[in-house]
Design a binder for this molecule. Structure first.
Ligand code: PLP
Length: 405
C-alpha cells in the first residue's frame, strides 16, 4: 500500500473549490475535516434507499436502516479495538461524550475529592469538569504545561493522590498540536485508583487508536474531525463501568419497560442512547472510518510529519512570525502570531487569497492566557494537504505582511 496524496485529494470534491477565483487551500482541519465522496455517497444512499427509524420497524426499510446503523457500531468497535460492541455509544460529538461522563461522575464525587485536567484543555474538557466539581464540592486541579506547550509530566504526577477520583486529558492539544504521552499518564493515574477519560477529538484522525492498549476507561471523539459527518461522535467506555453509568437522557430507546410511575433502563449500548439517533450521520461515520482504516497509516504519518516540518521551517525563516507551541511531539498544527497584525486580520487577509485557517482562542481561553497571547492564527494540516499548499500559505502570508505593514 502506498500513500498517494493526489489520489486522496481526488476523493474530496470540496478541494476543487475556488474562493474568489483562487484554489481553496483548506488548512482548518483541527476545526473540522472535509468529507470524501464515499461518506457523502453513504449518506445520500441511506436517504435515497432505506431511510427509516431504527430498531422498531416491522418492514424492510427499518430492517435495512437498522443493519447499516448497527454495522457502523461494529466498524467503530473494530477500529478502536473495543472489547465489545456494547462499549460503543453514539453521541453528537466529543462534547456530549464528555458531558455524559462528567454528569455521572458529578453524582459520585464527594466533597474534597479531586479531578485532574491540564492547562491545555479545550473548553469541552474543562468547563464540564468545573461544573461537575461545583455540583459535588470536589476540587479541580490543573496540571501545568511549560512555555513550549508541553505537559510537565512530573508536575502532573505530583498532583495525583488518593483523593484523585478522575483524570481527563487531551490526547492532542487542539490549539498547539502537542501530543501528550497518554499511555504513561494513564498508568500514573490508574496507580492512584483514578478513572481516566481521554479526549480524542484531535488524536483520532492521526492514526489507529487501540483503547485496550491505551488503558484508559473512557475515550471520546467527534465524527466530523475524522472525515465523517457533523453531529456524530463516539463515547467508548469499559462495559463494566457503562453498564450502570447514570443515564444521561431519558425517553424512548433507552428503556426496557415502562409503567406510569417508573421505568427500567435498557442494556448497553442503548441505555445511554435516548431518542431517535442521527442514523444517516452514523452510517456516514461508519463509511468514514472504513475509508480511513483503508489508508496506509505509516505513509499517512510520514506525510503529516513532512507537512509540519516544512511549515515549521518556513515559519522559522519568516521575519516577524512567532510560533506558539513548540512541543517536540506534535501533530500538524502551526499556531502563530505575526508582529504586524492581530490574528483575526491575518485570517481575514489569508481568506481573501483562498487560504482557510482559524484564528482566535480555539476554545482554549485559559491556555491563551497562560501563554500570554491574545489568541493565535492556526494552520492545521490533514492527510489531503500538500507541500505546495504549505508553501502557498507562506506566499499568502508574505502578502498579508505587506498589506498590514
Ligand atoms: C481537543 C478537543 N476537545 C473537544 C472538542 C469538542 O469537539 P466537538 O465540538 O466536536 O464536540 C474539540 C473541538 O475542537 C477539541 O479540539
Amino acid at each position: 500500500m502506498t500513500f498517494d496524496v493526489e489520489a486522496i485529494r481526488q476523493q474530496f470534491p470540496i478541494l476543487s473549490r475556488k474562493i474568489d477565483g483562487a484554489p481553496l487551500v483548506y488548512l482548518d482541519n483541527a476545526a473540522t475535516t472535509q468529507k470524501p465522496q464515499c461518506v457523502i455517497d453513504a449518506i445520500v444512499d441511506y436517504y435515497s434507499h432505506c431511510n427509516s427509524n431504527v430498531h422498531r420497524g416491522a418492514h424492510r426499510l427499518a430492517d435495512e436502516a437498522t443493519t447499516k446503523f448497527e454495522n457502523a457500531r461494529d466498524i467503530i468497535a473494530g477500529f478502536l479495538n473495543a472489547a465489545s460492541r456494547n462499549e460503543v455509544i453514539w453521541t453528537s460529538g466529543t462534547t456530549e461524550g464528555i458531558n455524559i461522563i462528567a454528569n455521572g461522575i458529578a453524582q459520585r464525587l464527594q466533597v474534597g475529592d479531586e479531578v485532574l485536567v491540564t492547562e491545555m484543555e479545550h473548553h469541552a474538557n474543562l468547563v464540564t469538569w468545573q461544573q461537575a466539581c461545583k455540583r459535588s464540592g470536589a476540587i479541580l486541579r490543573i496540571a501545568p504545561i511549560n512555555d513550549d506547550g508541553e505537559l510537565i509530566v512530573s508536575a502532573f504526577n505530583d498532583l495525583l493522590c488518593a483523593k484523585t477520583q478522575f483524570v481527563a486529558l487531551p490526547q492532542v492539544s487542539n490549539a498547539l498540536g502537542t501530543i501528550n504521552p497518554v499511555i504513561e499518564l494513564i498508568v500514573s493515574a490508574k496507580a492512584v485508583g483514578a478513572l481516566v477519560l481521554i479526549d480524542g477529538a484531535q488524536g483520532i484522525a492521526h492514526g489507529a487508536v487501540d483503547v485496550q492498549a491505551l488503558g484508559c476507561d473512557f475515550y471520546v471523539f467527534s465524527g466530523h474531525k475524522l472525515f465523517g459527518p457533523t453531529g456524530t461522535g463516539v463515547l467508548w467506555g469499559r462495559e463494566s463501568l457503562l453498564a450502570d453509568w447514570p443515564v444521561w437522557q431519558v425517553g424512548g430507546e433507552m428503556i426496557l419497560s415502562v409503567s406510569y410511575q417508573s421505568a427500567e433502563w435498557n442494556l448497553l449500548p442503548y441505555r445511554l442512547e435516548a431518542g431517535t439517533p442521527n442514523i444517516a450521520g452514523i452510517v456516514g461515520l461508519g463509511a468514514a472510518v472504513e475509508w480511513f482504516s483503508s489508508l496506509d497509516t505509516i505513509g499517512l504519518k510520514t506525510h503529516e510529519t513532512a507537512l509540519l516540518s516544512r511549515a515549521t521551517d518556513l515559519a522559522e525563516a519568516f521575519d516577524g512570525l512567532t510560533i506558539v507551541g513548540r512541543a517536540k511531539n506534535k501533530t500538524g498544527v502551526l499556531s502563530f502570531l505575526l508582529d504586524e497584525g492581530h490574528p483575526a486580520d491575518v485570517g481575514f487577509l489569508l481568506d481573501r487569497q483562498g487560504v482557510a485557517i482559524r484564528t482566535g482562542n480555539h476554545c482554549a481561553e485559559p491556555l491563551m492566557k497562560r501563554l500570554g497571547v491574545p489568541g493565535t492564527a492556526r494552520a492545521s494540516f490533514s492527510i489531503y494537504n500538500t507541500l505546495a499548499e504549505v508553501e502557498q500559505l507562506f506566499t499568502a502570508l508574505n502578502k498579508v505582511k505587506a498589506m498590514l505593514a
